[in-house]
Design a protein around this ligand. Structure first.
Ligand code: GDP
Length: 302
């Protein structure tokens, strides 16, 4: 594999790469802080977090009496690293334990890459030797069931489904029951993402959660929210809503290959206080990477 900074070609070519030239050899003055503010906002970090970071930077620069732009640049790097504190090795790892049925519930609005991410995770776990089953719980989106079956065929993973329009909770029930009876290691469960009706979505997810707990015997399991990184602040708004209605254990940020920005990663993980478990970097089955915050910060500052 190529180093992350090459694979994540986008942030390298994108906004963050401008940070270095913005700082190096420059005088630290209001103009530079304004330039920094503008760049961070453009990178999708968002207004609130940008203001916070720039204010913190100014504070640290004054406190530590930093004069050289290189030192201020390093301080900024540390501040950005701090915004990724929820992404420790331990937190970004999928919680999969031997000797039991592990559940991965996947939520998110239509079109963000939920189905694709499920296919990629199924492949990853299967390659690790796990016995994996997928539940086609998105019974609302017309093509979702066929699409997930296609991923199933490609990965050699069994898919439990019902017809289009049937009750998603029934599909989840069937999947977990089958998985339990036949000693599967992991059941990955798709859901429908109809965010336009928050109350219905909440009710549906509550019902699904109850079924999973009853059928699997697990009180705690992975619930991953899929967010499209190209949607910027909109993605953050979605994340906040889902975080209110379901107990998320992590985020999958997709289409990282399609954005020159990527700054959205900072407010999402920081405001939700949840780790980014994976980033999607393409449409192919192998295009899913474990999120490594240290590697990420080094990559975007290189
Ligand atoms: P769902 O409605 O959330 O299940 O979304 P899909 O899985 O059907 O994905 C929607 C579109 O996004 C499809 O065309 C996928 O191929 C594409 N897609 C998903 N993940 C990625 C990614 O990481 N990078 C790119 N470039 N495209 C992706």
């Amino acid at each position: 594999l190529k180093p992350l900074k090459d694979r994540l070609a986008t942030p390298k070519k994108g906004f963050f790469s401008k940070l270095k030239e913005m700082f190096l050899g420059k005088t630290i003055d209001d103009e530079l802080y304004e330039e920094l503010e503008e760049l961070l906002i453009q990178s999708d970090i968002g207004m609130d977090m940008t203001m916070e970071i720039v204010a913190d930077l100014e504070k640290q620069v004054a406190k530590k009496r930093l004069k050289a732009s290189q030192d201020v640049y390093e301080e900024l790097k540390e501040l950005l690293k701090d915004k990724l504190v929820y992404n420790t090795e331990e937190n970004t790892k999928l919680d999969i334990q031997d000797g039991k049925l592990n559940i991965i519930l996947v939520v998110g609005v239509n079109g963000v890459g939920k189905t694709t991410s499920i296919g990629k995770i199924a492949k990853k776990l299967k390659d690790e030797g796990k016995k994996v089953i997928i539940g086609a719980g998105d019974t609302f989106r017309a093509a979702a069931i066929e699409q997930i079956e296609e991923w199933g065929k490609r990965t050699g993973v069994e898919v439990v489904k019902q017809s289009h329009g049937s009750d998603p909770a029934a599909v989840i029930f069937d999947t977990v029951k089958t998985a339990k009876n036949r000693n599967f290691d992991v059941a990955i469960l798709d859901t429908a993402g109809r965010l336009h009706n928050k109350r219905d979505l909440m009710k549906e997810l509550e019902k699904i959660n109850k079924i999973i707990k009853e059928q699997s015997g697990n009180d705690k399991f992975e619930t991953l929210l899929v967010i499209d990184s190209t949607t910027g602040q909109n993605g953050l708004e979605q994340a906040k809503i889902f975080n209110e209605i379901v107990d998320l254990t992590g985020i999958i940020l997709t289409k990282f290959d399609g954005t020159a920005k990527g700054g959205i990663i900072f407010p999402i993980t920081n405001e939700l206080k949840k780790p980014i478990k994976f980033i999607g970097v393409g449409e192919g089955i192998e295009d899913l990477r474990k999120f490594d915050s240290k590697e990420f910060v080094e990559a975007i500052f290189s």
